[in-house]
Design a protein around this ligand. Structure first.
Ligand code: FAD
Ligand code: 2HG
Ligand code: ZN
Length: 479
């Protein structure tokens, strides 16, 4: 069956669209964190929606499971096949065309394999903004972003990926093409199929195209690197910033000193913007579409931010701050934040907890959560950081210095159990933006209610009765 099956795949996608060589397949079979290593009959790289549909139809007929993959930057092993070698990886990376930009209607239509950075740059060329922004933006694809309902650093102002899309085209598990590529802001025609595929991590179908929303491009941006005494001060600073900025807060990121130390250690050229060490930092950004007109006696965001930080300093909410004087400085501040994941990876094994609680409960959660982590493993090195503006913390835990992965992972269940129990007690979520993938299948089954799980399983069984669309991810439909 295998040779014949591969030949038939080749007949659909051609030689360029098929990877069967073991070495060439390897990058598609492991995840960014190198937590999982799978196997696959082949990596298939279709060049059009019709090719995707034909591949999926063939797989459905042969009972072969399909694992969709975009930029393979996912954090939870969602794009990695299992170890049996009987699945195919379906990579969208050749479907990378921008199909239309409509600056009048503020939309952009793209294929699923377009890299996020290309979408941002294309929007900018048209004096527009596509606001999804995350450290993996140079490699992740819009298909992966939509399939994971990605978050990133501007969610508090623009929403997560779900809020940035109007229409979708999807290939169903049966290999049919659903054309939902509608550029409509209003469309109340029955159940919202689009919302079903967003965040489904490729378990219900393959996203092949999308109509995205775009926004006016900001013309005035102020960025500050701020030392704060505590997470409580960070949340208070954010709370006041909404009014002080005239509702122009676009990012508010919190970081602990531990993470900054890792970035300074592992990223050449990284430098601490402030003279003294502090325990907590906030990266605050305000953006407005109102242009700054130098000399026009107009107060820009930088002046407003400076005044606001001055008041906050007097109140003790701020210990020290540096306001970016130019774009290069703002980029350097952002690099300190965005290099957290890379630096944690270079430092060695870590456990990630991508959690959310309501913004006002962040301070007490932080205190109790850090205590819970330390109780589970006193030697562990907490590295908490994240999108405090939308209540999403990366409540991560680095292995004690010198510990290898097996030794550290023996404590993973105790550490994560303690953290997730607390998150749930706080009414929070055990996966705020990275999804479930294969990493949190058991946790989802444990923490979500029976009615939620039953409904999710019913949806999965109805749309993918043979369980051939990214099986083993999110939930077990037969459980
Ligand atoms: P992949 O990793 O290839 O796939 C992710 C999931 O989507 C898999 O389940 C896969 O099967 C499915 N999938 C992929 N393409 C399709 C498709 N076309 N149709 C259906 N299913 C599909 N995430 C955030 O939310 N916020 C962040 O701030 C953030 N920062 C990150 C920083 C770094 C350094 C890294 C490495 C990752 C970060 N991530 C973040 C996680 C990751 O970048 C996102 O989840 C991203 O959306 C994944 O896109 P991708 O194209 O790489 O998808
Ligand atoms: C981020 O916000 C990403 O930088 C990755 O979501 C977080 O590495 C992490 O835990
Ligand atoms: Zn994040």
């Amino acid at each position: 069956m295998t040779t014949d099956f591969i030949d038939r795949l080749r007949g659909i996608v051609g030689d360029r669209g098929l990877v069967t060589d073991e070495a060439a397949k390897h990058p598609y079979l492991t995840d960014w964190r190198e937590n999982y290593l799978g196997a696959a009959l082949a990596v298939v790289r279709p060049a059009s929606t019709e090719e995707v549909a034909a591949v999926v139809k063939l797989c459905a007929a042969e009972g072969v499971a399909v694992v969709p993959q975009g930029g393979n930057t996912g954090m939870v092993g969602g794009g990695t096949p299992d170890r049996d070698g009987r699945e195919i990886v379906l990579s969208l990376n050749r479907m990378n065309r921008i199909l239309e930009v409509d600056p009048i209607g503020y939309t952009m239509t793209v294929e699923a394999g377009v890299v996020l950075k290309t979408i941002q740059d294309t929007a900018a060329e048209h004096d527009r903004l596509f606001p999804l922004s995350l450290a993996a933006e140079g490699s992740c694809t819009i298909g992966g972003n939509l399939a994971t309902n990605a978050g990133g650093v501007q969610v508090l102002h623009y929403g997560n990926a779900r809020q940035l899309v109007l229409g979708l085209e999807v290939v169903t598990p049966q290999g049919e093409i659903w054309d939902g590529l509608r550029a409509l802001k209003k469309d109340n025609t029955g159940y919202d199929l689009r919302d079903l595929y967003l965040g489904a991590e490729g378990t219900l179908g393959i996203i092949t195209r999308a109509v995205l929303k775009i926004w006016p491009k900001p013309k005035d941006v102020a960025t500050a690197w701020i030392a704060v005494p505590s997470p409580e001060a960070a949340v208070a600073l954010l709370s006041g910033a909404h009014a002080a900025s005239e509702d122009n807060v676009t990012s508010c990121e919190l970081m602990a000193r531990q993470g900054i130390d890792l970035v300074l250690k592992h990223v050449p050229g990284a430098a601490d913007p402030l003279a003294e060490r502090h325990d907590w930092y906030v990266l605050l950004e305000w953006s407005s579409t109102r242009p700054r007109r130098p000399g026009a006696n107009q107060t820009g965001l930088a002046e407003k931010m400076e005044a606001y930080l001055g008041e906050a300093l007097e109140k003790g909410l701020v210990l020290d701050a540096a306001l970016a004087q130019n774009e290069a400085q703002a980029r350097a501040f952002w690099a300190l934040r965005e290099n957290h994941s890379e630096s944690q990876k270079r430092e060695g094994p870590s456990i990630k907890h991508d959690i959310s609680v309501s913004v006002s409960r962040i301070p007490t959660f932080m205190e109790e959560g850090l205590a819970a982590m330390k109780k589970a493993l006193p030697e562990c090195r907490p590295v908490p950081f994240g999108h405090v503006g939308d209540g999403n913390l990366h409540f991560n835990c680095q292995a004690p210095e010198g510990w290898d992965k097996p030794r550290f992972m023996a404590h993973a269940e105790a550490i994560s159990g303690a953290v997730y129990d607390l998150v749930v007690a706080y009414g929070g979520s055990i996966s705020a933006e990275h999804g479930i993938g294969q990493m949190k299948v058991e946790e989802l089954a444990h923490y979500r209610s029976r009615i939620e799980l039953d409904t999710m399983r019913a949806i999965k069984r109805a749309l993918d009765p043979d369980n051939l669309m990214n099986p083993g991810k999110i939930l077990d439909p037969s459980a």
